[in-house]
Design a binder for this molecule. Sequence first.
Ligand code: ADP
Ligand code: MG
Length: 687
Amino acid sequence: MKDKSPNALRAIKALRRQIAARKQAQQMLKERDEELQALFNKAPVCIFLLDGEVRLQKGNSTLTRFFGHNQEKMLGHRCGSAFRCVHSLDDPAGCGYGPHCKSCIIRKTVLDTFHTGESHLEIEADMTTHYNGRSERRVFLISTTLVAVMDRKQVLVCMENTTERKQAEEALRHAEKRFRTMFEEAPFMYIITRNLNGAAIIVDCNELFQATLGHTRAEVLDQPLDKFYTEESRHRLYNGGGYQKAMTIGLMDEERELIARDGRIIKTLLRALPEYDAHGALLGTRAMFIDITQHKKAAEEKQKLEAQLHQAQKLESIGRLAGGVAHDFNNMLGVIIGHADLALEELDPTRPPAANLRGIHQAAKRSADLTRQLLAFARQQAVAPRILDLNDTVAGMLKMLQRLIGEDIDVAWLPGAGLWPLKLDPSQIDQMLANLCVNARDAIAGVGKITIETENVVIDEARRAVQTDFLPGEYVLLAVSDDGCGMERDILEHIFEPFFTTKELGKGTGLGLATVYGIVKQNEGFINVYSEPGSGTTFKIYLPRYGGEVVKAAAAAPLEIPKGCGETVLLVEDESEILNVSRAMLERLGYHVLAAGTPGKALNLAKNRSGAIHLLITDVVMPEMNGRQLEKLLKELMPDLKCLFSSGYTADVIAHRGVLDEGVQFLQKPFSMKDLAFKVREVLEQE
Ligand code: ADP
Ligand code: MG
């Protein structure tokens, strides 16, 4: 070795260095290769290279893991036989790229990339994999890129398994759809709000919310909730702390009013709960509104009906009570008046006891007037229409009206000239006037004026065209006007309805105008009302002119009390004092009286009597049988018998709805001797 030249030694050293450097380079290459292999094989996506014939040149372990072959078996094979898409299984005879085969997507894409050099991204393919020995359908997202290694063109394909992600997305979509359907189909209005600077902004609502309010979805979304609330509910939302409560502990069945586009108010029950995001941060609320408008209306109507029923029952029982009291009270008054009359007959009218007796007589008459009013209220007063002059009737009432109205209100009376006669019960005029004047009084605050006018009016066709419910003809007008508060249109529409009142509980019954209307209709007349808020009210009542002949009986009235000519009168009355005093009066008037305390006794008297009985005067309500039944039985014995009924109030046996049956003669109790004398004569002289 000693003869080795230094040159040779240098060369050997250099060679050694070269070898070491190469080894190091080889080592580095090996490491890099292993690294790349690891990256290639461990990547969670299938990566492989295909040539221009779509044959597998190289593939990573993920590919073999998914498709269950070993690498060698797959290499050099077309992708259609190496790993199959779902449809290529259905097409085993073909090349695997049949026209319906989805793996054509791979083929087409790969070929396109191969020939054009263009990459493709995220192409979806449905494939059959053999994972862990199981065949499964999976969805892959495929991308292709052209790579050239030493002038050899290949296509690099990446296939990412997206099956699970797709399934999760699908499940999410499904759940979303299901909950959306539940949200939309909920039988209540449902909204979701977000809190924006302390205000509730609607970010979602169901169909029912929009439909109920009559808005489109666009008109609701992004709007503040208070926009759809009434003033009061709006106040409760923010000032009343409702929103704060909804966002903390929630609201349970609170009443809120929504306002629809057309102004309708929708009454609802509200439930609201706070809503948080996934991290527990407060977002806003979920609010459910249950429409209870109809329910509330029904409940209110029920309550109203119950109140009306209650009121009607109250009036009915007051009526019955009044009738009952009036019956007995009238009997007493009858006895008082009768005895006073009889005593006055005996006395010299100039001597002092006569004046005292006249006082008693007058007081009893005044009391009788009171019971008459009580009966009118109870509508148990007999209606006995008669021919009258409206001016006389009104004039006779003025004093009473002024008392009713009070001193602060002036009553102006403007009677029309030459008024036509009317035929109706004067007490009905009293009743109408009293009701209208009391209403006028109530409408006047403080000092005011009521005007009562009468006038003849002819309704012709021209007038009728304006007032379609008027029948042409001649009428007597009774008008009552006031300068009180007047009425709004919506009140005017209802005033004649029974129980309609704007007055506070206990003040108004709502029956005043209903009664007036009833009386006007009963007498075939018309009623009209003119009213303006703040400008007073006028009621105009048109009553038909009486067409028959007017017997001016009243004018020729200051007659002598008519006496009897010994006619026989059968007097039936279960109240013995009335029986006695009536008998005494009749005898004083010159009649022959057969008195009976019961209908049975009356029948016996009639059967055993040989002579004629000219007139039956009977009470209406009696034990055993009523007056009408007694009349029928007696008429079987004596067909020509005339009959006069007398009672403290009208019973249904002689009147229907208060109107006396046709042909029935009636004498209201209590009566004076004068009343009795005229009535008995009238009945006896009737044809
Ligand atoms: P009531 O007087 O008991 O309320 P009515 O049937 O007499 O019942 O009247 C019904 C309603 O009609 C009254 O509550 C009132 O609102 C209205 N009304 C009647 N008359 C007048 C009037 N002259 N002026 C103003 N409003 C009236
Ligand atoms: Mg009234």
